[in-house]
Design a protein around this ligand. Structure first.
Ligand code: FMN
Length: 143
């Protein structure tokens, strides 16, 4: 199963998370602002923070521009200061592109200004590692 990990970040939390996911998958995490091309991907992990109640416009544009028929499944991981899942719009857009979205999402707390300092922390990253292993197993990987 071919797996890739892409992410958008403003304050580096998602980068930290993406490195954990990529480590489990045995690949390098790709910042969506870097030049790259995806093809024939069975499982695309997508990481993002939440800004003004939703993922960034950059990530929506990136999803719009994903190549057609090259991505089978997407798995979402995210953080925000409410810990409430705010990725619904992203999921709708992925589905509209014919990409199957893994039904469970990883959402954890991400600090913002003086709120929820030092999150995501080591414990959050351990939970993310477990989530990633389970998603890979359920989608047919061998981790
Ligand atoms: C400009 C900005 C706007 C944000 N807006 C929200 C928001 O509307 N709701 C929320 O729960 N968190 C919000 N946050 C918190 C981020 O989602 C959280 O810090 C997340 O961990 C950031 O991930 P990143 O460091 O990868 O960018 C905001 C953070 C920033 C910097």
């Amino acid at each position: 199963m071919k797996t890739e990990v892409v992410y958008f970040t403003r304050t580096k939390h998602t980068e930290k998370m993406a490195r954990v996911v990529a480590d489990v998958c045995g690949v390098e995490a790709i910042n969506i602002t870097e030049q790259h091309r995806l093809f024939d991907v069975d499982c695309l992990f997508i990481g993002t923070g939440i800004y003004g109640g939703k993922p960034s416009a950059e990530l929506f544009r990136y999803i719009d521009d994903l190549p057609v028929n090259q991505i089978k499944h997407a798995v979402i991981f995210s953080s925000n200061f409410t810990k409430k899942d705010q990725t619904e719009l992203l999921i709708n857009n992925l589905r509209a592109k014919g990409i199957e979205v893994y039904p469970r999402r990883f959402v954890t707390t991400g600090s913002f200004l003086f709120l929820k300092r030092k999150r995501p922390n080591e414990k959050d990253l351990v939970a993310l590692r477990r989530f990633t292993i389970k998603a890979l197993q359920e989608l047919g990987g061998n981790s």
